[in-house]
Design a protein around this ligand. Structure first.
Ligand code: BES
Ligand code: ZN
Length: 450
């Protein structure tokens, strides 16, 4: 029996198993889901054991455990690491889901649930590939699974784990499916991920909320001050970030590499229609796609302060807050941006206001060289399954721990994602197409059996 026949016979069973994985609300950001995150790690341990791993281990950390598994076939065979995450983003706003986030439903050929695409569905591909190749004796590599439950909160403990254990992490590459294809019939392998640096900035004014009639005009308003700070961070004409030194290390791509990037470019009209916006923006000299992939960016992810309840209330609020993040590109360092941003806020003086900055997490950008044998291998496997040669994909998202992993162990990441940008990851109605789930299993089996 070969793995192709087994997929044919068992695909429906695989989907029902994936449903069980998706039912566990492993939301890492919200402590109310703590027990569920642990339960999810246990579920994965059991699934990997059943799939035939030789050694499966729960590695406790300060917060959520790592799941480690090994499969050894031959001491002389190359070793491939597999990374993924079993945690998911918070599901809210709940009322915008067509079916509840932790009750997986299948419609229009896709499975709908939080984590379907990011990343449980894509991670489960590897559990099934292990099972199939183990059953058929077709596995050609030694495998090491290292799966975390904190990716969506910046991977603090996997980062520490790698810093402490990299010397014993021997292998050729890190295989990851946590990104998107350029299209359902357009295969691609991600070769560039942006880095990230995430902050919360607070502005403090008077010691308590004030009547805006009594004091309005005479006391500085923290919401205004925070708005000024945010506006000052980016030039409205060029779209460039105004933090001194911010662009110093930014890699300028060669014209050849920019051509490669362009191969994966958006059809702007399609993107506008799908997002329901009438304009896309960009940094001067770059297309919207380039601005979202090979150039750094800044976003306010949330902002609050003062009265936000029903009706009106006339106050000068005592404080205001914003969550602000920067996406970084090669060769920027998030540690350096962290310092530069803090300095920017420190130097931004508004009389009567005290600003405070808290850094949440950060991660450096990563790139995979196209001539690396692992890329070539992945490309061949994808071509067999999709019938077309994959293009290199430059993406704007981040998987923060991979830069450290690459730097410390010398292993390049192979980002063979099977999601789509339209999967609504991090949003209501997240879904994963079942034909791509299946092609994912086929591609990984193809790659690991030859
Ligand atoms: N799967 C995503 C990364 C991703 C997003 C890749 C879009 C390609 C396109 C991952 O789970 C993720 O969301 N990462 C976070 C990291 C952050 C929380 C530190 C991100 O990019 O926001
Ligand atoms: Zn995510």
């Amino acid at each position: 029996m070969d793995w192709k026949t087994l997929i044919e016979d068992n695909f429906e069973l695989f989907v029902s198993e994936l449903k069980e994985f998706l039912k566990i609300p492993s939301v890492s950001a919200d402590p109310r889901f703590r027990d569920d995150v642990f339960e999810c790690a246990d579920w994965l341990i059991k699934a990997l054991k059943e799939a035939g791993a030789d050694k499966v281990e729960l590695i406790p950390t300060e917060r959520y455990p790592l799941v480690y598994a090994e499969k050894n076939v031959d001491d002389n065979a190359p070793t491939i690491w597999i990374y993924g995450h079993y945690d998911v983003q918070p599901p809210d706003p709940l009322d915008q889901w067509t079916t509840p986030p932790f009750e997986p439903h299948i419609r229009d050929g896709a499975i709908y649930a939080r984590g379907a695409s990011d990343d449980k569905g894509q991670l489960f591909i590897y559990v099934k590939a292990l099972e199939l190749l183990n059953e058929t004796g077709q596995l050609k590599y030694n495998l090491r699974f290292l799966i975390e439950g904190e990716e969506e909160i910046g991977s603090p403990n996997l980062e520490k784990y790698i810093q402490n254990n990299y010397e014993s992490m021997k292998g050729e590459m890190v295989l990851v499916s946590d990104t998107a294809l350029p299209g359902p019939d357009k295969p691609g392998i991600t070769v560039s991920l942006r880095g990230i640096c995430y902050f919360e900035v607070s502005a403090y004014g008077p010691s308590h909320d004030l009547h805006s009639g009594t004091y309005g005009g005479a006391v500085q308003n923290p919401v205004h001050a925070l708005a000024h700070l945010i506006i000052a961070l980016r030039d409205p004409i060029t779209g460039r970030i105004m933090i001194p030194g911010f662009y110093d290390d930014v890699e300028e791509l060669s014209p050849q590499e920019r051509d490669l990037v362009r191969q994966g470019s958006w059809n702007n009209d399609e993107i506008k229609a799908s997002l329901n916006v009438d304009t896309l923006v960009s940094e001067a000299g770059f297309s919207p796609f380039e601005s979202a992939t090979i150039r750094p960016s800044m976003d306010v992810n949330g902002i609050w302060g003062g009265y936000i309840g029903e009706g009106s209330k006339t106050i000068i609020p005592a404080e205001a807050h914003a969550k602000i993040s920067f996406r970084l590109v090669a060769n920027q360092s998030w540690q350096k941006i962290n310092e530069e941003f803090k300095k920017f806020v420190e130097d931004f003086k508004v009389p009567g206001i005290r600003f405070e900055v808290k850094t949440f997490h950060g991660g450096d950008p990563v790139k995979t060289p196209l001539d690396f044998w692992g890329y070539v291998k992945a490309s061949e496997a994808m071509e067999k399954v999709f019938g077309k040669k994959p293009i290199p994909v430059y993406t704007g998202g981040s998987i923060p721990v991979l830069a450290t992993w690459q730097r410390k162990t010398g292993m390049h990441p192979i980002l063979m994602g099977f999601g789509l940008e339209s999967d609504r990851i991090h949003a209501p109605d997240e879904h994963f197409r079942l034909d791509l789930f299946r092609k994912g299993i086929e591609t990984v089996c193809e790659m690991l059996s030859s």
